[in-house]
Design a binder for this molecule. Structure first.
Ligand SMILES: C[S@@+](CC[C@H](N)C(=O)[O-])C[C@H]1O[C@@H](n2cnc3c(N)ncnc32)[C@H](O)[C@@H]1O
Length: 313
């Protein structure tokens, strides 16, 4: 069966939120399978243009053959630089559908999934040098515990970090199966299994493993740092009346987006005018919408998505 690269979450509400102007300039900073980008293109007129970013070159296999479309192979943290490069001062809309696509989980050898043995890679940009295995080799227990707690919300993050760091002292953890074994059973790093071997995990263990893998991925790819830079660039580059739509998948990134759109700054510090009214560069339109039951039944991976939309004042 042909692999489905990705199924976009909340496609219609996201597109409605962006309120596409036929002649407008739009940026989809997370192209992935191109589902959202294609829907934007359908609403654009002949004078409009869409720039789609993805730091993973594999997304380019989903390219759109249309002269109103430009692919930018880059981390979206460089949005400002790229808009300068293309001579664009302000844009009409920015879409960010954060995190990873189905493709990343389904592509076993990229190491994002705890379901199959594979090198512990997890790089979104495969031209980046450091892998998740390198991260584990270089970290210390305290820093790792913090990452697991912050980005995975793992209450037992300290215990897991202890197991990982102790195992790494004798033999580095280089594969997903070695990591799963050390985390679940403690003890020494075992021999790696051949890539593609299914990993035996009990249903009750899946949630914590998903959180552990998520935490390492976020740290390795500096996802929170990139998001902060994107939000600041979006505020500065949206024209008045322009829209930003963000789909988040875990509470930490959602909190950052929520506070930023409310206050207009990373710290989430609300400014008030003389009369006590909130002064913000944004007007909130969608405040954390989730997928409806019908969509979750059709696309279970949409269940953790939250949509926030705001208009630039
Ligand atoms: C959830 S998927 C987007 C799916 C897309 N909306 C669709 O309809 O298929 C997220 C995509 O964003 C990319 N990505 C994640 N963080 C990025 C970043 N900081 N810069 C550029 N691309 C990024 C990932 O490689 C992935 O392809």
């Amino acid at each position: 069966m042909e692999e489905v690269y990705h199924i976009p979450a909340m496609l219609e509400p996201t597109l409605d939120g962006l309120n596409i102007q036929p002649g407008g300039v739009y940026v989809d900073v997370t192209f992935g399978g191109g589902g959202h980008s294609r829907a934007i293109m359908q609403r654009l007129g002949m004078e409009g243009h869409l720039y789609s970013f993805d730091q993973d070159i594999e997304a380019y296999q989903n390219r759109i053959d249309d002269k109103r479309w430009t692919f930018v192979h880059s981390n979206f943290r460089y949005l400002d630089n790229w808009l300068d490069y293309y001579g664009i001062d302000q844009v009409d809309g920015i879409l960010a559908d954060l995190g990873v696509s189905f493709h990343h989980f389904d592509c076993v050898e990229r190491g994002f999934s705890f379901r199959f043995a594979a090198p512990l890679d997890m790089r979104l940009n495969q031209q980046q040098g450091r892998t998740a295995a390198d991260l584990l080799a270089a970290t210390d227990e305290e820093s790792l515990a913090r990452v697991l707690y912050l980005y995975g919300e793992l209450k037992n993050g300290r215990k897991l970090a202890g197991r990982i760091c102790r195992a790494c002292q004798n033999r580095p953890i280089r594969t997903t199966d070695q990591l799963v074994s050390v985390v679940l059973n403690g003890g020494e790093t075992p021999e790696p299994l051949p890539t593609g071997t299914p990993i035996d995990v009990q249903p009750a263990q899946k949630k914590d493993l998903a959180r552990l893998f998520q935490a390492l991925r976020i740290e390795l790819n500096d996802e929170m740092g990139a998001l902060r830079e994107l939000l600041i660039a979006s505020r500065d580059r949206l024209r008045p009346g322009g829209r930003i739509a963000v789909l988040t998948y875990h509470s930490l990134e959602d909190r950052l987006v929520k506070n930023f759109l409310r206050a207009g700054n990373i710290e989430g510090e609300i400014e008030k005018d003389f009369y006590g009214n909130i002064v913000s560069p944004f007007r909130l339109l969608e405040k954390g919408r989730v997928a409806d039951q019908e969509e979750v039944a059709r696309n279970p991976r949409s269940r953790s998505a939250k949509l926030r939309v705001a208009e630039r004042n």
